[in-house]
Design a protein around this ligand. Structure first.
Ligand code: ADP
Ligand code: MG
Length: 614
């Protein structure tokens, strides 16, 4: 055998090896991912060469990867039938740094107390992670070029490497790691199997471990849609989603611009958060060319989409992306933006095409959509399209979209009206609903306590302002018979203000009531009854709440009002009691009466009076 040729590593590689060999990095297992990723790249290159018609040595051998562990010898060997390396390539690829981003990575590693070697692969030096666990690495390689021969490359790390010719090698590369004493675990089949499952199960070439094939599920997101069977999708979902139910929705899409993306996303059939499991984390894994970059990637989607599961693969991810800074890079934001926009479009399409499934989706996930409206300014409009509510025009229990509401609006109507009420019956009985009913304006019935907040953030839809019924500036079409004269009305209002004193702000006549004698209206233009309730529950700004007065609006056409006016002269005390009771009744309707027990004494006295007269 000829004398081995000795080489020194390039200075930067020596520096890198120094850190890698001595690092106390805990996730040393990532070397398996790196070496398999290199093997997969080599298989990809072989395939590319073959498809472009170049002559290839042993072209009948298919690209594949084998891993062998030997716990007695304390070794792990990774073999591929890929492109292999020539002598020059061995020197170039396993001795020098090819990527410019690597220097920055080195600097970062050298500065950190506990360097995150896990990023090594993304800086184009993944191969050297082998030295975290190996005292000696041997590479046997034979290039795909028919005229080449085989070579052996060996290194113990810091001392450089030796190259000797190696005859009769099959095409491809075989890398053997003689493990350090504290890394003998990686010569155990079970350990290695777990690691491959974790990082490399979607590598698009068969991986065999000690003659057993282990990556049965392939990178299906990279395949064309019409080749994939329903069962394959579902099997894949079970794998990534850890969920044995079928997904509710599936979106498989590819984009070339502005970013190259292959993505397969699923919506689980149940909202796991509502099942008492606490806040869920997004389970979308980020890949670059089918190699896992980050499981449950942070920042890939906005928080409100955290129920999604699946895979995003983008070959545009730069080599110098680090796990910590990944969330902040503009590329991540761009990716996030494209993915979110695409998914919103998908949901909108589904709501048309798959109405029943969308209904189920909405029932499960409406709180996430609403969270999006409130927190995601960029996509607010698209999110608004996805909202659904019961309304005065829907059948009980059925929901409408804002878009359909707008379609039904008459030219007379300029705003979208919403009424907060715990349920449909309460909404229909509300005094605030009367004017809408009379004028035949549709009103959305908002029953989720979040809705008011959500509408506040949405502000408008399709150019139409969203307006709470209690804040709407609407009049009934015409006054009714039996209405008090203007003078009488003014006098009655003045008298009421005198009786009710500080309990109310202004007293005035209302143009919005039909069946109710009176209603309270917040004197603060921006406050609503439910907002006050929430603030009170949160014990915020207690003074401001109690200090606010509600204006009292009365219905000049209501019989109680006419009789009250007459009663003023006959029995001032009784009229006063009735006025107080009317105010409390209006407060009950608005949901702001604090202690209903206080009015019972008065109510009983009134009942007593009614019964003595009878
Ligand atoms: P990267 O994979 O990002 O280029 P690595 O340090 O992992 O960086 O590998 C360096 C180079 O070594 C690769 O680009 C490739 O050219 C070569 N290489 C490594 N492993 C193999 C292999 N199994 N077959 C062929 N070439 C390989
Ligand atoms: Mg690599």
């Amino acid at each position: 055998m000829s004398k081995p040729e000795s080489h020194q590593f390039q200075a930067e590689i020596q520096q890198l090896l120094n850190i890698v060999i001595h690092s106390l990095y805990t996730d040393k297992e990532i070397f398996v991912r790196e070496l398999i990723s290199n093997a997969a790249d080599a298989c990809e290159k072989l395939r590319f060469n073959q498809s472009s018609g170049k002559p290839v040595h042993q072209s009948d051998i298919a690209p594949a990867i084998t891993v062998a562990t030997d716990d007695k010898a304390g070794t792990i060997t990774i073999t591929d039938t890929g492109c292999g390396m020539t002598h020059a390539e061995l020197v170039q690829n396993l001795g020098t740094i090819a990527h410019s981003g690597t220097k920055a990575f080195l600097k970062q590693l050298a500065e950190e107390k506990k360097p995150d070697v896990g990023l090594i692969g993304q800086f184009g030096v993944g191969f050297y992670s082998a030295f975290m666990v190996a005292k000696r690495v041997t590479v046997l390689s034979r290039s795909l070029s028919p005229e080449e021969t085989g070579w052996q490359w060996t290194s113990e790390g810091m001392g450089g490497y030796d190259i000797t010719p190696a005859a009769d090698l099959p095409r491809g590369t075989k890398i053997t790691l003689e493990l350090k004493d504290d890394a003998k675990d990686f010569a155990e089949e079970t350990t290695v199997e777990r690691i491959i499952q974790r990082y490399s199960s979607f590598v698009p070439f068969p991986i065999e471990l000690n003659t057993k094939q282990i990556n049965t599920i392939q990178a299906i997101w990279a395949r064309s849609k019409n080749e994939i069977k329903e069962e394959e999708y579902n099997e894949f979902y079970t794998f990534v989603g850890h969920d044995h139910d079928k997904p509710l929705f599936r979106l498989h899409f590819t984009a070339d611009a502005p970013l190259a993306i292959q993505s397969l996303l699923f919506v689980p059939s149940r909202n796991f958060e509502s099942m008492g499991m606490g806040r869920i984390d997004s389970e979308v894994n980020l890949y670059c060319r089918k190699v896992l970059i980050q499981a449950k990637a942070k920042g890939l989607f906005p928080e409100w989409l955290r129920f999604l599961k699946g895979v995003v693969d983008s070959e545009d991810l730069p080599l110098n992306i680090s796990r910590e800074t990944m969330q902040d890079t503009s590329l991540m934001q761009k990716l996030n933006n494209v993915l979110t926009g695409r998914f919103l479009k998908f949901l909108d399409e589904q709501s048309e095409k798959e109405a029943v499934a969308y209904e189920k989706f909405y029932a499960e996930y409406q709180r996430f959509i609403k969270e999006g409206v409130v927190t995601d300014f960029t996509h607010k409009e698209a999110l608004g399209k996805l909202l659904r509510f019961e309304s005065s025009s829907t059948d009980p229990g059925k929901l409408t979209s804002l878009a359909d509401y707008v379609k039904r609006m008459s030219s007379e109507q300029k705003e979208i009206y919403c009424l907060l009420a715990p349920n449909r019956a309460a909404a229909e009985a509300s005094p605030y609903y009367e004017v809408f009913k009379e004028r035949k304006f549709e009103v959305l019935f908002l029953s989720d306590p979040w809705d008011e907040f959500v509408m506040e953030h949405l502000r408008e839809f399709d150019g139409k302002p969203l307006k709470l019924a209690e804040k709407a500036d609407l009049n009934l079409s015409a006054n009714k018979d039996g209405t008090l004269t203007e003078d009488a009305a003014k006098a009655l209002a003045a008298w009421l203000k005198e009786i009710l004193g500080d309990k109310v702000g202004e007293v005035r006549f209302s143009q919005r009531l039909v069946d109710s004698p009176a209603v309270v209206v917040d004197s603060d233009k921006f406050m609503t009854a439910s907002m006050r309730r929430i603030m009170k529950a949160m014990k915020q700004d207690d003074n401001a709440i109690t200090a606010t007065k509600h204006d009292f609006e009365i219905n000049p056409a209501h019989p109680i009002i006419a009789r009250l006016d007459a009663m003023r002269a006959q029995d001032a005390a009784l009229a006063g009691s009735v006025a107080e009771q009317m105010l409390d009744n209006a407060r009950v309707a608005a949901g702001i009466l604090e202690d209903p027990r206080a009015m019972l004494t008065r109510l009983n006295q009134l009942l007593e009076k009614v019964l003595t007269k009878a």
